[in-house]
Design a protein around this ligand. Structure first.
Ligand SMILES: Cc1cc2nc3c(=O)[nH]c(=O)nc-3n(C[C@H](O)[C@H](O)[C@H](O)COP(=O)(O)OP(=O)(O)OC[C@H]3O[C@@H](n4cnc5c(N)ncnc54)[C@H](O)[C@@H]3O)c2cc1C
Length: 369
């Protein structure tokens, strides 16, 4: 692929670019900025906010909350502070601070886009053919063409067949970031990195937290490098972490599935099915679904360009992190990166690979590992 010198784009329908990036999460925005720095005319199509899951509903909001609760936890376990029983956090202020942190970072990406002459279009992208993207917004559709296209569409919050997310009692990981009141008790379904982060946050806020994990241990599906390191130490790190969490008062149930659940008055009744055969129930104020996320590919028109997802499917028609593989149509220059690619790794890493390979080595294709 030959890269033409960057020009200021009018961005009108029919505009043509060297590279179009679908999705402005860490996978997409990093790839876009690098490609622009290498001299490409770049278009980024994002249906929501710049920064994707990571900045708006993932890493950054949870880290903002974790940094708020950390001092409280330290004081609570310290033997030298007095009057600590009366200490509490103001959830409303936490949410406001988190929103400020997020919007500062989102604005930062907008500035980077501007300074690198990246044209951003708001709307839902879908392939019309392997070089043409339709962008739908407010009932209108515009089209753009590009010599190379990076798919960085990421993933959406996980769901389970047993419980419908209603945003009030049964929450997604997006919903819980704006929860108006600290719940008395909370069941978190999914003991991966996301579930454990929320367990730590709400435990520190005084909520009675139960984590339910269907696998034999928590954090069982973390990325390969972490797993390798942990296994070298014979899972001792996970066991130690579990002991610390339990010491803080978090209940952790492993080898337990949730086959059903239903709203009961102002609570939710959850069923637990142990692998060993035992059954039990719990009534709680809130349930958080923190199970494997779903790659965001619906409506993208992958079939139009001969791309497909493959791999193990979970929960009917959902693909979990790290189980989907992309096949690139070798005749075209369409590459997946980040979570849209199905890998577990942070999108930014794949964005860097995509951006570096696209202009220099168009024959290289990103394979899911
Ligand atoms: C609660 C939570 C905490 C997390 N904590 C961490 C952490 O501490 N560390 C870490 O490394 N990772 C963490 N993650 C994971 C991290 O958020 C993801 O790895 C990262 O966001 C993936 O980047 P991405 O660019 O692939 O996808 P995303 O960030 O999901 O971005 C994809 C973007 O594409 C857009 N899009 C999708 N389809 C279309 C379309 N058809 N047209 C236009 N736009 C579209 C979406 O709106 C979205 O903005 C966390 C995730 C969650 C949910």
């Amino acid at each position: 692929m030959t890269i033409s010198p960057p020009k200021t784009s009018t961005g009108s329908t029919g505009s043509s670019y060297d590279i179009a990036v679908i999705g402005a999460g860490p996978g997409g925005y990093v790839a876009a900025i690098r490609a622009a720095q290498m001299g490409a005319r770049v278009l980024v199509i994002e249906k929501d906010e710049l920064g994707g899951t990571c900045l708006n509903w993932g890493c950054i909001p949870t880290k903002a909350f974790l940094s708020d609760v950390k001092p409280l936890r330290r004081i609570k376990i310290s033997s030298v502070y007095e009057g600590k029983e009366g200490l509490s956090l103001n959830l409303k202020k936490m949410v406001n601070r988190k929103n400020e942190v997020v919007s500062t970072m989102v604005d930062g990406i907008a500035i980077l886009f501007k300074s690198n002459h990246i044209h951003r279009v708001r709307g839902v992208a879908s392939f019309l053919d392997s070089k043409t993207i339709g962008v739908a917004q407010d009932g209108k559709q515009e089209t753009y063409t590009a010599k190379g296209i990076i798919i960085a569409t990421g993933s959406t919050a996980g769901t389970i067949p047993a419980l419908n997310i209603d945003g009030r009692k049964v929450l997604s990981t997006n919903d819980i970031l704006t929860i108006p009141k600290i719940p008395r008790d909370l069941v978190i379904i999914g003991g991966g990195a996301i579930g454990i982060q929320f367990a730590t946050i709400f435990n520190a806020l005084g909520t009675e937290v139960t984590v339910v994990e269907m696998l034999p241990k928590i954090l069982a599906t973390e990325d390969d490098e972490v797993i390798r390191r942990l296994q070298r130490e014979d899972d001792e790190v996970i066991r130690r972490l579990q002991r610390v969490l339990e010491g803080d008062g978090i209940t952790i149930l492993t080898d337990v599935e949730v086959p059903g659940g239903r709203p009961k008055g102002n609570k939710v009744e959850i069923e637990f099915q142990e692998k060993s055969g035992g059954k039990s129930q719990l009534r709680v104020e809130k349930v958080l679904i923190a199970t494997a996320r779903t790659p965001c590919t619906e409506g993208l028109g992958l079939e139009t360009i001969g791309c497909r997802m493959e791999g193990k499917r979970q929960n009917g028609n959902q693909c979990g992190w790290g189980v989907c593989r992309w096949r690139r149509n070798r005749e075209d220059d369409v590459r997946p990166c980040g979570l849209g690619r199905g890998g577990y790794c942070c999108g930014e890493h794949h964005g860097k690979i995509a951006r570096n390979r696209l202009p220099q080595n168009p024959d290289l294709c990103l394979h899911a590992s």
